[in-house]
Write a protein that binds this ligand. Structure first.
Ligand SMILES: [Ca+2]
Length: 334
């Protein structure tokens, strides 16, 4: 079908009106243009072939809807503990904390699933409030070059306002499994300039599917690096949409000759390998050099060879309404 399309385009090109000047130079020029156009079409055909191959070989395109919609959102219906004794009821996420009038940013213990232990997380109550922070880089003190199990369970410090941590893929999965969430990524460079990216419908698959990443529409001013920008070839090799999580000890990337997490010093949803990696190596200034582009990278803003000073990833339900400014229907009083 692609070949037929190409043929059609070529025929259209060749059957376009003859040059007005039957001059030899004009003909040569036209020939040249046609040859260039042919080259462009061949390149395009090559890319479409790659894409087609990709689609045929990778089941996530087909299973996506079943994987990510299905019955996931309701399967972890939260039940309040019914035990006697010390009854501590934990909020399911930072939006719930916020709605109980805890409008101060800080660390709170939350419990998205009643059948799992509660855990600490930083709740950001500015920027509309109710944000659950799942990742932060700010000072390079924490090592992000870690194993699968550490990324699964989470690591870092959970005390100071700017402490670095990864909340843990299991915790993030449990938070996201409760329903549709938006992801907001906040970035700062070494001049103190700030940018952000928002993704609707941010989702992770479970560990059996290696925490495969999915996300919807982008908005913001940092550029859509998770989709590897707007260039098709970049997207093919570096888009993070639909990718599984890779660490140096568990390789699920599409880079056949090696492991992207080993090269880039952190766990992430690598493709071949990346256009964004907020878990990369922390360089203490922006521009860096090396054998790999392994910095804290958001390529659509500062390129692959600039490592950011600060990053935070935070999630919130899109229907979250600040009970202070809303009609208060979410408020449970205090
Ligand atoms: Ca690999």
């Amino acid at each position: 079908m692609m070949h037929r399309l190409l043929l059609l385009l070529l025929l259209v090109s060749f059957s376009s009106p003859a040059p007005r000047f039957s001059d030899k130079d004009v003909c040569l020029l036209d020939n040249n243009n046609l040859r260039q156009r042919l080259k462009q079409l061949q390149d395009l055909l090559y890319l479409y072939d790659l894409q087609l191959k990709d689609i045929l070989e990778n089941t996530y395109h087909r299973t996506k809807s079943g994987l990510f919609s299905g019955n996931r959102s309701m399967q972890h219906e939260i039940l309040l503990p019914t035990t006697s004794g010390n009854l501590i009821v934990y909020d399911q996420d930072c939006s719930a904390v916020y709605n109980r009038k805890n409008t101060k940013s800080g660390y709170y213990r939350i419990r998205p699933r009643a059948d799992r232990e509660p855990f600490l997380v930083y709740c950001e109550m500015s920027d509309g409030g109710g944000w659950t922070v799942i990742q932060r880089r700010s000072n390079g003190r924490e090592n992000f070059n870690r194993k699968w199990d550490e990324y699964k369970l989470g690591f870092g410090r959970f005390q100071g306002k700017n402490d670095e941590y990864w909340l843990g893929n299991d915790h993030i999965y449990d938070l996201l499994a409760r329903g549709e969430s938006s992801l907001k990524i906040e970035l700062m460079d070494w001049h103190g300039e700030r940018r952000y990216a928002v993704y609707e419908n941010f989702q992770l698959a479970n560990e059996q599917d290696n925490y495969r990443l999915w996300f919807g529409t982008y908005s913001g001013n940092a550029g859509d690096a998770l989709s590897a920008g707007s260039n098709f070839e970049d997207q093919w090799s570096a888009s993070h949409r639909g990718m599984q999580f890779t660490t140096f000890d568990k390789d699920h990337d599409r880079f056949l000759a090696g492991n992207c997490a080993s090269e880039n010093k952190g766990g992430w949803w690598f493709n071949r390998c990346h256009a964004a990696n907020l878990n990369g190596r922390y360089y203490r200034r922006g521009r860096y050099k090396g054998s790999h582009d392994d910095g804290v990278v958001w390529s659509t803003w500062h390129g692959m060879w600039y490592s950011l000073k600060y990053s935070a990833m935070k999630i919130r339900a899109p229907f979250f309404i600040d009970s202070e400014s809303g009609d208060g229907e979410n408020s449970q009083g205090s």
